[in-house]
Design a binder for this molecule. Structure first.
Ligand code: GDP
Ligand code: MG
Length: 252
């Protein structure tokens, strides 16, 4: 096969750039908007050139998402320039039951789903119903042609306030979101709160210069563990979406 360009296998945006659409799909108050906000701040600190367009947030006066948040980012240039840069759009949904119509609209044309769950005890039922809804909305491509990664947020909460991770994993497997042999790889945990606090601490530290290089960019080797944990699900999904597409063209 002759050389494949990313624009041959992905949708292109209005500027003709290959783009994938990732939706953070989860119950209300799980931290989806926080995740996007922290991710955007991190990209700005580490490499502003990876931000394609600034964050859009459609919220009510109290800061609740009523339609979506959206940010567009791009990978750094691939080594060897075999491929163009890949753009990835991150979208969140409003999690409340009454916003089902908005969620359906945001899910149109989705390429990969981040099932965004909440560790809080009280969220057990909400987590389960949103997993079911994601599966219903996407249909048979759920977890196959449309890759799925699950992330459980608020790992900072004390153990007695958290639901049992194994129970969530079993539920995800039962619903076909995650194959059982891949659960260890595809179900991740983290805390947007910790990530945000660790980034803020570096920004305001008297030793700021230890973290930022001469261009005032945060060096990758200084990225705190808490921040790696929230970047991983997005990175993994992007990688899975690319692999999925490449496999698809190779089978034509
Ligand atoms: N303890 C804790 N609280 C969090 C975390 N992430 C977000 N929150 C809080 O959870 C609430 C809902 O967050 P938001 O991002 O608006 O959730 P969304 O409804 O899913 O968009 C806010 O009060 C956040 O400060 C976390 O990792 N740990
Ligand atoms: Mg929100």
């Amino acid at each position: 096969m002759s050389q494949i360009e990313l624009s041959d296998i992905f949708n292109v945006d209005r500027e003709g750039k290959p783009t994938i659409k990732i939706v953070l799909f989860g119950p209300p108050m799980s931290g989806k908007t926080s995740m996007l906000t922290v991710f955007n701040a991190l990209r700005r600190m580490e490499n502003p050139q990876t931000i394609v367009s600034s964050l859009t947030k459609i919220q009510d006066d109290s800061g609740r998402t009523v339609f979506f948040d959206q940010g567009v980012f791009q990978t750094p240039p691939f080594r060897g320039k075999k491929f163009d840069r890949l753009r990835y759009q991150l979208w969140t949904v409003p999690g409340e039951d009454r916003h089902k119509v908005q969620r359906d609209i945001v899910m149109k044309g989705v390429d990969a789903v981040l099932i965004f769950l909440n560790f809080e005890n009280v969220a057990k039922g909400q987590n389960e119903s949103i997993i079911k809804e994601a599966k219903e909305t996407i249909g048979e491509k759920f977890g196959s042609k449309i890759p799925v990664v699950a992330y459980i947020n608020k790992s900072d909460l004390p153990a007695e306030d958290r639901i049992d991770k194994r129970e969530i994993i079993l539920f995800l497997i039962d619903e076909g979101a995650i194959p059982d042999d891949k659960a260890a790889n595809l179900v991740m945990t983290g805390s947007c709160l910790n990530a945000r606090n660790d980034l803020l601490a570096m920004l305001t530290s008297p030793k700021r210069d230890d973290f930022f290089d001469d261009d005032n960019q945060l060096s990758l080797d200084k990225r705190p563990d808490s921040v790696w944990l929230i970047v991983r699900p997005i990175q993994k999904l992007t990688q899975m979406a690319v692999e999925q597409r490449l496999e698809y063209v190779q089978n034509i």
